[in-house]
Design a protein around this ligand. Structure first.
Ligand code: NAD
Ligand code: MG
Length: 385
């Protein structure tokens, strides 16, 4: 395999750091070409000194001088600001983008990569939640491969290898249930951020950890799956599987179900997306069958975890509804992380925003940007100062 030049958008995040670990473990296969970070300049500098990429981008313009000075004398170009992210995503100097930015902010750079026919390892699920129709259409037109990194979607992607055009009857997305599995609303009403951030099976960034605790993450993943695998909403089922060993399943038209299994470790789907179609040998811990293990499967409690219900409704409704859901959710999650609103208030905020923002059945890209802006302002206005 020829050495792949990797652009990591969001290199200082959980996905970004693990992508660098994979690069470090396989220097003959991968080289870090572009690293971007929003505000953590010290980690970006540390990563740049270790991996010596061609380009680094720091999102916060005010931090440009610090990064530039720290990398003086190195063969590394330094850029800053949101526009630089888009410009760098359009460059020829890389082969594969790891889309590891969190939230709506990942949409523009990811779409730019796709427009330029690049292969994309997609961790940033919000890109497809917001504008999945447009992103997938352009990817097809430009021949850009979108390889899922989200563990569930990577599992489905792996189950589909070798199936050529065999139709999918349905997919079964597994959900760990998060830290509050089995809890009811009277408990959730008093939950605090530090507790919600403690995921039982995965160590992840703050936003996705909160999304996992509310089950919004699974709702976003249903919408992500719809676009990635060209499914109708009724073909997507969520099952709670608390052990996170089966990462998801595909049921074919003959009733056969294929599952992809392994210990929960994001480096595996990250590495799989980067090396696809090859599998790379590694020393990650293995799942063993030599002690008693129980794998369980349950229905999600959507009466208690209403975010999953709201996301399912947005999935069925389509148009700009998932974009509204995503924007309101981002505002809600960051307000909860700042202890401005309670755990259950997040759902109310999202529900009220969905009711308020005008429905557009066939949005343009511009409509998605406007919807995002309006939904954010409205959701923010609901939070009392
Ligand atoms: P994180 O918060 O740890 O990292 C986010 C990265 O994005 C950082 O490098 C940060 O600098 C950058 N960033 C944040 N805001 C930005 C902005 N406005 N502009 C430019 N860059 C910005 O997040 P994470 O957990 O690594 O998640 C990244 C994405 O991957 C999310 O969409 C998440 O849903 C998805 N994902 C993550 C995991 C996981 O295990 N962490 C698993 C599946 C999917
Ligand atoms: Mg996932």
């Amino acid at each position: 395999m020829q050495q792949k030049r990797i652009a990591i958008f969001g290199s200082t995040g959980s996905i970004g750091k693990q992508t660098l670990e994979v690069i470090a473990a396989h220097p003959e296969l991968f080289v870090a070409e572009i690293l971007t970070a929003h505000s953590n300049e010290s980690l970006l500098i540390e990563q740049a000194l270790q991996f010596v990429p061609n380009i680094v981008v720091i999102g916060e313009i005010g931090k440009y001088a610090i990064v530039k000075k720290a990398l003086e004398g190195k063969p590394i170009k330094v850029f800053a600001g949101e526009e630089a992210l888009e410009q760098v995503a359009a460059m020829d100097c890389y082969d594969f983008m790891m889309a590891g930015i969190v939230g709506f902010a990942g949409l523009t750079p990811t779409l730019t990569a796709v427009e330029n026919g690049k292969a994309v390892g997609l961790a940033n699920k919000e890109t497809l939640v917001v504008a999945g129709d447009i992103v997938m259409r352009i990817a097809k037109e430009k021949g850009a491969a979108i390889i899922p990194v989200d563990s569930e979607h990577s599992a489905i992607f792996q189950c589909l290898v070798g199936e050529n055009n065999n139709p999918i009857e349905k997919i079964i997305l597994t959900a760990s249930g998060g830290p509050f599995l089995g809890k009811k609303s009277n408990f959730l009403a008093n939950v605090k951020r530090d507790h919600a951030l403690q995921h039982p099976n995965w160590a992840m960034g703050a936003k996705i950890s909160i999304d996992s605790s509310t089950l919004m993450n699974k709702g976003l993943e249903m919408i992500e799956a719809k676009w990635l695998f060209n499914l109708e909403p009724h073909q997507i089922k969520v099952v709670v599987h608390a052990q996170s060993i089966i990462h998801s399943m595909v049921q074919f038209e003959d009733g056969s179900i294929k599952a992809q299994m392994g210990l929960p470790d994001m480096k595996l789907p990250i590495q799989y997306a980067m090396a696809f179609p090859q599998r790379l040998k590694n020393e990650f811990p293995r799942y063993h069958f030599d002690k008693p293990n129980t794998l369980t499967f349950d229905e999600p409690d959507i009466k208690t975890f209403r975010n999953l219900h709201l996301a399912t409704e947005a999935l069925h409704k389509g148009g700009n509804a998932p974009c509204v859901l995503n924007a309101a959710n981002e505002i809600a999650v960051y307000a909860f992380l700042k202890n401005r609103i309670g755990f259950l208030d997040m759902t109310d905020l999202i529900e009220r925003t969905l009711e308020r923002i005008e429905f557009i059945s066939n949005p343009t890209l511009n409509d998605y940007f406007e919807t995002d802006g309006e939904a954010r302002s409205y959701a923010a206005s609901l939070i009392q100062l």
